[in-house]
Design a protein around this ligand. Structure first.
Ligand code: FAD
Length: 466
């Protein structure tokens, strides 16, 4: 159980300038930045090999104004990016954090590419909803496992110490809210106390804590949790005990397109390129183009809590850039039919209803029309046989609420004053999605993990050096 204790004369086995809890994207970016600034960082990680939700993701980081965009003639700016984030969040995200991530993202992507050799490029054959420019940067496999592997290698090359198979269970504070250190439980059950001059919480949110999900996100309590099971809400639990400000706890990243029963993410590219979702009765049920996060709840409301993504061979080719999609094909999750009737039969949905929907959508595409839920189609989205379909469900990916921070990632107390030496980044901190799932703009997760991770490492290092 995670607890907070007040220190009297606590003895620590070891002392380190900077402690970081969690070796996902946030923790490793923080450690790299602090090390570059000359401050030794020690990272504590629950797993034997650091992976986190970062490894489960598509590894896509949105960034505006990068040289990768310029090379492909994409015009973009941090201001446009910040406006997109706030439009999706209905202006309910903290503007100072929005600006910090929107302005820090291009430098972050170029830093990881140039200093640590991560071979990013920008996806230019489809765009995610809500982004005014193509700005999703990914690695060759389009898989988060590649991102975390490369960050881990960078950490190794930089001689950053990671203690694996160690779970932080207690924070020790002094009167005056200064963090003094933590207690960890090693894999063999041994307890150890580590002192520090500053602490960065990079242990993500509470998606892996069913009790907290029930309390804060009851609508997703029964949903599949598709994130890392070790993210049990420790940052929120410690923050609550310390009197920290907790913000937007009901916000989360959902996803309405997880192949079932295979449990493989099917990229939203299949929808943005012109595919649709129907339920088991053959009907569409909402405007899929709003975004995949809010779509999770809509899919779960359909009969059996499932839907079918239907698209064509052109779209499948775009989706094939994602390792997950290729895995889904290998697992037999993607069905094929030579005609509308054949694909309806493969899905076991009523052919008449599906054919009506399909014909209406295809007719609207030809005239750039808008359908009854508000989705606007374009001629380049037209689909031709053979068709493909995949059965999907809605899932909870990660929570977006958490510790309120300032633009230097310092954790705020309830009265707004920052703790003297406590920082948070990534899923441990409140994100930039506002209070709901609908506020999540694609990429907000890794954006706040990587950019805020780097900022937290720099800020903690500057404080320790100064
Ligand atoms: C399937 C899926 C796809 C996604 N795709 C994308 C995408 O393409 N783009 C995007 O922007 N976002 C995406 N996301 C969201 C993104 O993965 C997360 O927002 C991001 O990885 C969070 O990074 P993090 O470092 O905060 O957390 P994590 O990567 O989860 O790392 C946290 C680490 O902390 C460790 N930990 C937790 N508690 C403790 C403790 N008490 N002691 C020690 N260690 C602890 C965990 O073991 C874990 O390794 C996706 C998420 C999922 C689940």
């Amino acid at each position: 159980m995670s607890t907070v204790a007040i220190v009297t004369d606590e003895k620590f086995t070891i002392e380190t300038p900077l402690l970081i809890i969690g070796a996902g994207a946030a923790g490793l970016c923080a450690a790299l930045a602090a090390t570059e600034a000359g401050i030794e960082a020690l990272v504590i990680e629950r797993d034997a090999v650091p992976a986190g939700s970062t490894a489960l993701s598509a590894g896509l980081i949105p960034a505006a104004g990068t040289r990768f965009q310029r090379a492909k003639g994409i015009t973009d700016s941090p201001e446009l990016f910040a406006a997109d984030i706030q439009r999706k969040a209905k202006s309910e995200a903290d503007q100072s954090i929005v600006e910090a991530v929107a302005h820090g993202a291009s430098a972050l992507v170029e830093w990881l590419a140039d200093r640590y050799g991560l071979p990013f490029d920008v996806i230019d054959n489809f765009n995610y909803s809500g982004h005014s420019a193509m700005r999703m940067h990914g690695l060759p496999t389009r898989a988060g496992s590649e991102l975390i592997d490369r960050l881990r290698s960078a950490a190794e090359t930089s001689d950053i110490s990671i203690i694996p198979e160690a779970v932080a269970n207690t924070l020790f504070t002094e009167p005056g809210d200064r963090i003094r250190g933590i207690e960890i439980v090693r894999g063999d059950g041994t307890l150890e106390r580590i002192g520090c001059d500053a602490l960065i919480l990079a242990c993500n949110g509470y998606g892996g804590n069913p009790e907290l999900v029930r309390r804060f996100i009851p609508e997703m309590a029964a949903a599949l949790y598709f994130g890392h099971p070790g993210n049990r809400g420790d940052a929120v639990i410690w923050g609550d005990a310390l009197g920290a400000q907790l913000t937007h706890l009901g916000a989360y990243q959902g996803h309405g397109s997880v192949a079932t029963p295979h449990n493989i993410l099917i990229s939203w590219a299949v929808i943005m390129q012109g595919g649709i979702q129907i339920n088991t009765e053959g009907w569409r049920f909402c405007d899929e183009s709003r975004g995949y996060s809010e779509q999770a709840e809509d899919v779960l409301r359909q009969p059996g809590g499932i839907a079918w993504n239907v698209f064509d061979a052109r779209i499948a080719e775009v989706a094939r850039q994602f390792e997950d999609f290729r895995n889904a094909e290998r697992a037999g999750a993607i069905l094929t039919g030579g005609s509308v009737e054949e694909i309806a039969a493969a899905m076991h949905v009523p052919a008449a209803a599906f054919a009506t929907e399909w014909a209406e959508v295809e007719a609207l595409k030809a005239i750039s029309g808008q359908e009854r839920y508000g989705r606007r189609f374009t001629p380049d989205q037209r689909c031709e046989p053979p068709f493909h379909a995949v059965k999907v469900t809605g899932a909870l990916f990660h929570t977006q609420g958490g510790l309120a921070i300032d633009a230097a990632c310092r954790v705020k107390r309830k009265d707004g004053i920052v703790f003297p030496n406590l920082f948070a980044a990534g899923g441990a901190a409140a994100g930039v999605s506002g209070p709901t799932a609908a506020g999540y703009l694609s990429g907000n997760g890794l954006l706040t993990a990587t950019v805020l991770g780097r900022l937290a490492g720099e800020a903690a290092a500057a404080q320790l050096a100064g």
